[in-house]
Design a protein around this ligand. Structure first.
Ligand code: FMN
Length: 401
């Protein structure tokens, strides 16, 4: 491989390739971007205690989840407007995930349709935004089922959109209305601009069906703006549970009581997530919230995590603290922008798989079940047990050697 060995290197390459407004849309967070920074920093505070003299263990990081077998315990998080990283990003990442034996999640706000992804990458997951128009929500669920999707991820952490300061400063909105600064930005990034000229601006492909005849980008963008989940509550989620026959996973959970109630409601899994630091800026890092969520739901409910995962050892840390599977958002967009989606996504899967393999070897863990037994020190986790509504910072599972 020629040179890109880390997500940081892919991010640098993406920054060079993309115009500023596109890079900032992908890279940025909300508010002061504290949650965004915390998501990565909190991983560094998690220590794993290696075991030595374990001999040559054969490593197997595969798992079964929601009725499917995966070769790797990490996959692609749902990403709206992914084709801003380059045309064909959704499709290329879906193919890269399929090649790697890992899950890919298609967003409601994707730039490629449910039906197209289903043809290319059977087994992909679909992420649902519960927008203002209930008929659209029901139709999206039915379309996903008809296309053969088996896992639905309902995102619940967007009751109001986060305040993304970088987008405001850049004047980034949809449809793209180039300001003079943007025009200069485009001239400075001719590769990206030519791709856009050849393939058209990214569109909300899943919502085009509802825009009415002749719907332009503007009305679709308006439609998307109504996709935040303000009206979503427990009763509505129960309705969705009744309608969707496949695995139902709820994304954007941080409080253990919410996780426990979701298990009671019949959710098949939760994703511990703060939306990659793009929503509540004072939210804890998912890796900080994970142990209490796992404690609240017990050992059997699948718990996934996303936010701030930047190397294979972060995946090991998340599994050791109770995650079954980890998802990544921005890193796959950096990879797509840097190398093209299928190739870059494939390289990213390979980098992370290699790093995870090295970590498992050094920890003496041959399977994910053994990784879960590794001794962990995590200094800043929450312990909001179901019986106690208050969040209290305590040490979790501190262990002495
Ligand atoms: C550009 C971008 C678009 C996103 N779009 C969606 C989306 O449409 N639906 C959703 O549930 N989450 C969305 N997310 C959040 C991701 O699914 C995921 O929670 C987050 O990126 C994880 O953090 P990471 O980027 O540090 O891996 C988006 C994130 C980014 C960076």
């Amino acid at each position: 491989m020629t040179g890109l060995h880390t997500i940081e290197a892919m991010r640098d390459a993406a920054r060079r390739r993309l115009p500023r407004f596109a890079f900032d849309f992908v890279d940025g967070g909300s508010g002061a971007e504290s949650a965004l920074a915390r998501n990565c920093a909190a991983f560094e505070a998690v220590r794993l205690l290696p075991r030595v003299l374990t001999g040559a263990v054969a490593r197997d990081p595969s798992l079964e989840l929601f009725g499917a077998k995966y070769a790797l315990p990490f996959g692609v998080a749902p990403i709206g407007l992914a084709n801003l990283a380059g045309s064909g990003t959704d499709l290329g990442l879906a193919q890269a995930a399929l090649d790697a034996g890992a899950p890919y999640t298609l967003s409601t706000a994707a730039t490629t349709s449910i039906e197209t992804i289903a043809r290319t990458a059977p087994g992909a997951w679909f992420q649902l935004y519960v927008g203002a128009d209930h008929a659209i929500v029901e139709d999206l669920i039915d379309r996903a089922e008809a296309a053969g999707f088996k896992t639905l991820i309902v995102t619940v952490d967007v009751p109001a959109p986060g305040k993304r300061v970088r987008d405001l400063v850049n004047g980034f909105s949809l449809p793209l209305r180039p300001t003079p600064a943007m025009a200069l930005d485009l001239l400075a990034h001719p590769g990206w601009a030519l791709d856009l000229a050849a393939n058209g601006a990214p569109r909300f492909a899943n919502l085009e069906a509802y825009g009415g005849k002749g719907a332009g980008a503007q009305s679709l963008a308006k439609l998307m703006a109504g996709q935040s989940s303000a009206r979503l509550d427990w009763a509505l989620l129960a309705d969705i549970r009744r309608r969707w026959k496949g695995a139902l996973v709820v994304k954007g959970v941080l409080h253990p009581q919410d996780a426990a109630r979701l298990a009671e409601l019949g959710a098949d899994g939760v994703v511990v997530s703060n939306h990659g630091g793009r929503q509540l800026d004072s939210a804890p890092a998912p890796i900080e919230a994970l142990p209490a969520v796992r404690a609240a739901v017990g050992p059997r409910l699948p718990v996934l995590l996303d936010g701030g995962v930047r190397r294979g050892e972060d995946i090991a840390r998340a599994v050791a603290l109770g995650a079954d599977m980890v998802l990544l958002g921005r890193p796959f967009l950096y990879a797509a922008a840097a190398r093209g989606a299928r190739r870059g996504g494939g390289e990213l899967f390979a980098i992370l798989a290699d790093e995870l393999d090295r970590a498992m070897t050094q920890l003496g863990a041959s399977t994910l079940a053994e990784l879960r037994q590794v001794e962990v020190f995590a200094p800043t986790t929450f312990n909001a047990a179901p019986a106690r509504p208050d969040l209290r910072a305590v040490e979790s599972r501190r262990t002495a050697p």
